[in-house]
Design a protein around this ligand. Structure first.
Ligand code: ADP
Ligand code: ZN
Length: 433
């Protein structure tokens, strides 16, 4: 096995020793910020008192609201003049939050990102096209600097403009891409329209992340494009991409534990869940100097995978994300994650590349309607067959969800498209829902 960084070969004991050392330094650094000075004082916490990793649990969580309240710069642990870049979260769930970086922070981030890309099999000889939005979104510059650090010829294509994306992919014999899953599905339909088989390109590796998707979607993408697709997880508060990444095993994502301290807690109680159980990921930066973030509640639901990874890296793996705790829908008293719906749909060959979940209220009763894009070749079939397909999809969804959704079959390209992360749920239940 070849590694990009010696940190990948650390043993469990070495990782934990390094984590403790970095945690202590990082908490001391955090205490220099107005926010953490107050946060620590409020619970009588002294960073110098940290003797074990578990001591971190004495510190109350940092939440998205804390970051918003600290707007614009109350979490800075160094003078603003030391900062060289800022990013903001894409604001999927409300007001964006701002994260600042020093030059050291950016270097560290780029090397983590390069490590991920190397692990996925990319090398300096690859031609890499980054198809995510640039600007404040970290999937742009974050991935970009990682690819350059690795030495790839890097094409900053940005989001959208599918015909140009395809032209770049073709003309420059691109071998690696970064793409969000909903766009990758959409782009495959554009390829089909143009009569180009994506398998005829030089593409071999895709880094796919920034939003939840299922194993079924990954398989679909690998088949359509003739590539290997690796899951990529990150969030602005922890830099952005480069936090956790799949190795060649494609089974769970290694969290870089020399850079982050990861915990998984019960979202209701805040207490750690036993290893292997589902909970909310909580993360602490161990290497960031400009704006350390301590015990950040990501709201992302996952579990630690407990078996050792055959790749030899002992950095702990997290399972594919189930979505955010606030993505969970409650319909007729049943908890539903949009990814359960995607899993069913993407496993059915008749289903096209897009879907939309609509929540409706009928009097006092909540209903769930799933609009499903159907492949062209199935849409021309007669009404009876379409009716049967509709029933089959509804039945499979009912088996998975335990409530029966209304299923509506729609033609390709008839669902609304967004440039960035896909909107999977439309809530039409009115206020208070
Ligand atoms: P926002 O919170 O506004 O979307 P970010 O751009 O920081 O801003 O997005 C980070 C979030 O994106 C994560 O907290 C997670 O919910 C989601 N995400 C990122 N990568 C993945 C992935 N591979 N699988 C599932 N969700 C992901
Ligand atoms: Zn591995």
């Amino acid at each position: 096995m070849v590694y990009y960084d010696a940190a990948e070969t650390l043993s469990r004991v070495e990782i934990e020793r390094l984590q403790l050392e970095r945690l202590r330094a990082s908490l001391k650094q955090a205490a220099k910020s107005p926010f953490y000075a107050k946060h620590f004082a409020a619970c009588d916490f002294d960073p110098a008192s940290v003797a074990t990793l578990a001591d971190v649990r004495r510190i109350p969580f940092t939440t998205k609201q804390h970051l918003r309240d600290s707007y614009p710069d109350a979490m800075l642990a160094m003078p603003l003049s030391e900062m060289v870049r800022m990013h903001a979260s894409s604001g999927t769930t409300g007001t964006p939050t701002v994260i600042y970086h020093t030059q050291n922070d950016l270097d560290w981030w780029a090397s983590l990102m390069a490590r991920c890309m190397y692990m996925a099999g990319l090398r300096r000889t690859d031609v890499f096209q980054n198809m995510s939005g640039y600007g404040l979104f970290t999937g742009g510059l974050g991935i970009h600097y990682g690819a350059e650090r690795l030495g790839c010829l890097t094409i900053p294509a940005g989001a959208g403009n599918s015909h140009r994306q395809i032209k770049l992919l073709t003309d420059f014999k691109v071998t690696g891409i970064h793409i969000i899953p909903s766009y990758a599905l959409y782009l495959s339909a554009v390829f089909a329209e143009l009569g180009i088989d994506p398998k005829s390109l030089s593409l071999r590796i895709a880094l796919v992340g920034a939003e939840p998707y299922t194993e079924e979607t990954r398989r679909r993408l690998e088949e359509i494009y003739g590539i290997k697709a690796y899951n990529s997880y990150g969030l602005s508060e922890m830099n952005g991409p480069g936090v956790a990444f799949e190795c060649q095993e494609q089974h769970g994502m290694h969290v870089w534990e020399d850079a982050y301290l990861a915990e998984i807690v019960d979202p209701a109680t805040g207490e750690p869940v036993p290893d292997g159980e589902l909970g909310e990921l909580v993360m602490t930066t161990l290497g960031r100097e400009g704006m350390p973030v301590v015990r950040y509640r990501t709201r992302d639901m996952t579990r630690f995978l407990t078996e050792p990874c055959p790749c030899g890296r002992v950095h702990r793996r997290i399972d594919r994300l189930h979505g955010r705790c606030d993505d969970m829908l409650i319909v007729k008293g049943v908890n539903i994650f949009p990814m359960q719906i995607e899993r069913v749909l993407m496993a059915m060959p008749e289903v096209g590349q897009d879907y939309l979940i609509v929540l409706e209220r009928d009097g006092y009763i909540d209903n769930i309607r799933v609009k499903v894009e159907i492949r062209d070749e199935y849409f021309v079939e007669d009404m009876r067959q379409l009716g049967a397909l509709q029933k089959r999809i509804a039945a499979r969804l009912r088996d998975e969800l335990l409530v029966t959704p209304k299923v509506e079959l729609v033609e390709r390209n008839s669902l609304p498209k967004t440039e960035g992360k896909a909107t999977r749920v439309l809530d039409m239940r009115g206020n208070g829902a």
